[in-house]
Design a protein around this ligand. Structure first.
Ligand code: GDP
Ligand code: IMO
Ligand code: MG
Length: 437
């Protein structure tokens, strides 16, 4: 089986980076297909942390070619900084190891300024974006005024376009959002020139690269950012990101056909977290929530904000499994729940006194649902030593078995620590095992 799609099945930060790194031991290509520097992916190998935001999480595997596909919006300064810090850490990042699609969209200062101004103008109703200009950059793509990487090859033509974009954005900042910020053409232009001289070497037609790789039966891992419930269409709008985070995003983000992809691995924490505003039916506002936040170090990689914590929501997970056609689930951070006297899974909601098992589309309903739980005995720290499925504490295995049964999807992987090696396959992992060492 040559390709594997890995997507977040909750509200992001599920541990996708760790799983992508783990499952690229034998991969030839790792392809990021959406999102931008709103993503923060932490990899831990032999205790050493690597934080990534735009560079695909296969970069620590020397044999992989890492691809930033056309569906990604790329902040050039962030990408240049990330490449620099990887090189400083001794990781080879060359144009044969990293490729950026010529159709990938640039995120520029005026996108970040608009992101900030919009959030400010929303006041209490703010989305809680990462402030990285992601929404405004995707809007420019849809509005047909975005700047693509390939355009860096024709700077004279680009100059006129950037000037006109800045004129419009400054009018929006001042007249629509009453912002004091004014974006200066000179600042954006010097950034563009620097970008062109630094990053053009990495630019390629990656839709073709990936298609040819698929034809040669190369091993390809497609890496999702964010999570299902942050999907621009199927998430809890407006508290979502602006890209298609579900498996369908692979096709439009990479410019490939369905036959060039493969099975889907969903990644989910053994509990739920959310950073930013929006409905969260199983959120805990008590000491247990605080304990999970503390034990799980649940603070955003990108913004440092505390993440909201709650119990695993199997109603939302069934929705995620359906939307992405998830074939199996990797459940991460089981170790974080160690020491809790009991652990819960929400298996059903009640809405206006009626039982429902579908994830509602309206936030007003999601705010009102009453989660119903199945409760498990907790487990202890011995979970940290588990190397095989049968070594997991009995209560943790019961938790995972029941979870799989409720959502109707096998659990293929349990993760019991941040380190690459703290990863355990179940007997359901046959199809994805070949991606690991
Ligand atoms: P991503 O955005 O989905 O890649 O996830 P993040 O990297 O933003 O957040 C997940 C955090 O949990 C990172 O700090 C990981 O190092 C860490 N992590 C991943 N899996 C596990 C696990 O099984 N146990 C623990 N304790 N930490 C984990
Ligand atoms: P990774 O890939 C968690 C959230 C923000 C906000 C909403 C919109 O690390 O899982 P945006 O800046 O995208 O317009 O913000 O989406 N968000 C994430 N939450 N993990 C992420 O990425 C996220 N990327 C965006 O907090 O609620
Ligand atoms: Mg993250």
């Amino acid at each position: 089986m040559p390709a594997l799609i890995i997507v977040g099945a909750q509200w992001g930060d599920e541990g996708k980076g760790k799983l992508v790194d783990y499952l690229t031991a034998n991969a030839d290509y790792v392809v990021r297909f959406q999102g931008g520097s709103n993503a923060g992916h932490t990899l831990v190998v032999d205790g050493k942390k690597t934080k990534l935001s735009l560079v695909p999480s296969g970069i620590l595997r020397p044999q992989t070619t890492c691809i930033v596909a056309a569906g990604v919006v790329v902040d050039p300064q962030t990408l240049m900084d990330e490449i620099e810090s990887l090189k400083k850490a001794g990781i080879k990042v060359s144009s044969d190891r990293l490729k950026i699609d010529e159709r990938a969209e640039l995120v520029l200062e005026y996108h970040r300024a608009l992101d900030r101004a919009r959030e400010q103008s929303r006041g209490e109703a703010k989305i809680g974006t990462t402030g990285r200009g992601i929404g405004p950059a995707y809007e420019d793509r849809a509005g047909r005024v975005g700047v693509r990487f390939g355009e860096l090859r024709q700077l004279e033509i680009l100059k006129t376009k950037i000037k006109s974009n800045i004129e419009v954005k400054n009018k929006m900042l001042a007249n629509v959002y009453s912002s004091d910020e004014e974006v200066k053409f000179e600042d954006v232009w010097s950034m563009i020139e620097k970008t062109a001289s630094n990053l053009l070497a990495y630019v390629d037609d990656t839709s073709l690269v990936v298609h040819e790789a698929a034809q040669k039966h190369k091993k390809i891992v497609f890496e999702g950012a964010q999570g299902t419930l942050l999907d621009t269409t199927f998430g809890t709008t407006p508290f979502v990101t602006s890209s298609s985070t579900i498996a369908g995003g692979v096709l439009t983000g990479c410019g490939i056909g369905a036959k060039d992809t493969g099975p889907v691995l969903g990644v989910a924490k053994a509990y739920a977290t959310r950073v930013g505003a929006g409905p969260f039916p199983t959120e805990l506002h008590d000491a247990t929530g605080d304990k999970i936040r503390e034990q799980g170090a649940e603070f955003g990689t990108v913004t440092g904000r505390p993440r909201r914590c709650g119990w695993f929501d199997a109603v939302a997970m069934k929705y995620a499994v359906r939307l992405s056609g998830i074939d199996s689930l990797a459940v991460t951070k089981l170790d974080v729940l160690a020491g809790l006297p009991e652990v819960k899974i929400c298996y059903r909601y009640k809405l206006n006194g009626k039982e429902i098992s579908n994830f509602p589309s309206l936030n007003a309903d999601l705010e009102k649902v009453e989660p119903e739980y199945v409760t498990f005995e907790g487990w202890d720290n011995s979970i940290l030593q588990a190397k095989k499925w049968y070594q997991l504490p009995t209560s943790a295995r019961l938790f995972l078995d029941t979870l799989g049964e409720i959502i109707g999807c096998p659990i293929s992987i349990a993760s019991v620590g941040a380190d690459r090696e703290s990863t355990i396959f179940s007997s359901n992992a046959a199809t994805i095992r070949s991606f690991a060492a």
